[in-house]
Design a protein around this ligand. Structure first.
Ligand code: SAH
Ligand code: SF4
Length: 399
């Protein structure tokens, strides 16, 4: 199936979620909440099943199209409820086929969603927050202050808009689907918005709707240690951890969250991640930053750090963005780094950057809400980089 610029569903699905509209949006309600909501309209619980099918299997947004519901019920639903998506504010298509959608929510806030197509499948990269509280130095989203968490409707709505755009309704019943995976790797830290992310992912996983299995969903965290266990226990999805450094000094420099949850705690949480096994490995993401975290000794330290954890690596070439402070490591450096990990028995592919020309690659997403000026950030970084490099140089001899 090819991704189309619009689908037959598009005119309906473009119905805006406006703040003036006080009707209840049925999208994003857990199954229990949907039953309760219909109960308040005097409806029996089985109606929830029918509506679920229309919303998440068929992609319908118009009650009039739900032909197995009685006419008077359809009218009642129309009066009290909506099936709303975020509004598409802008769509960009990269030369490599990657698509980025800027979506506007009812209150005017915006977030970005990316679709990364492969030959016969593809991943939808979904945002969990508008902005981010964390200030990872290499990340464009990190320059944007947190505005708010996204609601379950806004999270699952991103996937639904992607489907509208790619014409992938109704849900394919066999394995052939272009939008085959979800990665919670967009804007924000999903484990700082766990409840809403969990509600949305349970909707995405439910097998009488969108029906994406838990193995097709990956949640990426910067390392919010106390929530990691819940993610495995309640959702059972794949875990990716933005590791990016093998020692606390370097990691705290580029990822301030490390000061709160240092590597020892993070590695313990990974070791205890429910369901992790050699068949289902944790992915450690590692952005290659020239002169910061990319030496042979960093690679060796990494091997020691992850000992006994069923894991694989994903080496990400640093993606630049306006005002970014780092450079990507040279290809030869990345190759040597990867080789050390392979030699130690770990899979360590280098991720091919996708959608760089439209700022859709890892770490390039951003909407509004400024945090620091580029100059302020540059000054702060220069001072801290020097301190961390000194600390690493002192330690390097031991690896
Ligand atoms: N907040 C979560 C989810 C974002 S996932 C997290 O940090 O894990 C986005 C991935 O891209 C993370 O691994 C992030 O560390 C990485 N990333 C951020 N900025 C980047 C950049 N400029 N180049 C390459 N990767 C980057
Ligand atoms: Fe936030 Fe993740 Fe970017 Fe860090 S890498 S600033 S946690 S979005």
């Amino acid at each position: 199936m090819k991704c189309l610029s619009s689908s037959p569903m598009a005119p309906d699905s473009a119905r805006p979620e406006t703040s003036a509209d006080t009707r209840i949006n049925l999208v994003g309600l857990s199954r229990d909440s949907l039953r309760e909501t219909l109960g308040t309209l005097g409806q029996k619980p089985f109606r929830a099943k029918q509506l679920w099918h229309w919303m998440y299997h068929r992609g319908a947004t118009d009650f009039a199209a739900m032909t197995d519901l009685a006419k008077d019920l359809r009218a009642k639903l129309e009066d009290h409820c909506v099936v709303a998506r975020p509004t598409l504010a802008r769509e960009q298509i990269s030369t490599d086929g990657t698509r980025k959608w800027l979506l506007a929510f009812a209150d005017g806030q915006k977030a970005e969603t990316v679709f990364i197509p492969e030959e016969d499948r593809g991943a939808v990269c979904v945002s969990s927050q508008v902005g981010c509280t964390l200030t990872c130095r290499f990340c464009h989203t990190g320059t944007q202050r947190l505005v708010r968490n996204l609601t379950p409707a806004e999270i699952v709505g991103q996937f639904m808009v992607a489907r509208d755009s790619c014409g992938e309704w109704p849900t394919p019943t066999d394995e052939r689907r272009m939008l085959s995976n979800v990665v919670m790797m967009g804007m924000g830290e999903p484990l700082y918005n766990f409840d809403n992310v969990a509600t949305a992912l349970k909707i995405v996983m439910a097998d009488d709707g969108i029906a994406l299995g838990k193995r097709r969903i990956t949640l990426s965290t910067s390392g919010v240690v106390p929530e990691i266990h819940r993610c495995g226990a309640e959702l059972g999805v794949n875990l990716a951890v933005s590791l990016h450094a093998p020692d606390d000094d370097t990691r705290s420099l580029i990822m301030p969250i490390n000061k709160k949850y240092p590597l020892k705690d993070l590695m313990d949480a990974c070791r205890n991640y429910p369901g992790a096994s050699n068949a289902r490995r944790i992915t450690f993401e590692y952005v290659m930053l020239k002169g910061i975290n990319d030496t042979i000794s960093h690679a060796r330290a990494l091997v020691k750090l992850v000992k006994d954890i069923p894991c694989k690596f994903n080496l990400i070439p640093f993606n630049v963005w306006p005002g970014s402070l780092y450079e990507c490591s040279d290809p030869q450096t990345v190759e040597k780094f990867a080789q050390i990990l392979w030699d130690a028995g770990y899979s360590a592919p280098v991720r091919t950057p996708r959608g760089r020309d439209i700022l859709a690659a890892c770490g390039q997403l951003k909407t509004d809400s400024e945090r620091l000026s580029a100059k302020e950030q540059r000054l702060r970084d220069a001072a801290e980089a020097e301190a961390a490099q000194q600390a690493w140089a002192e330690k390097e001899a031991s690896f």
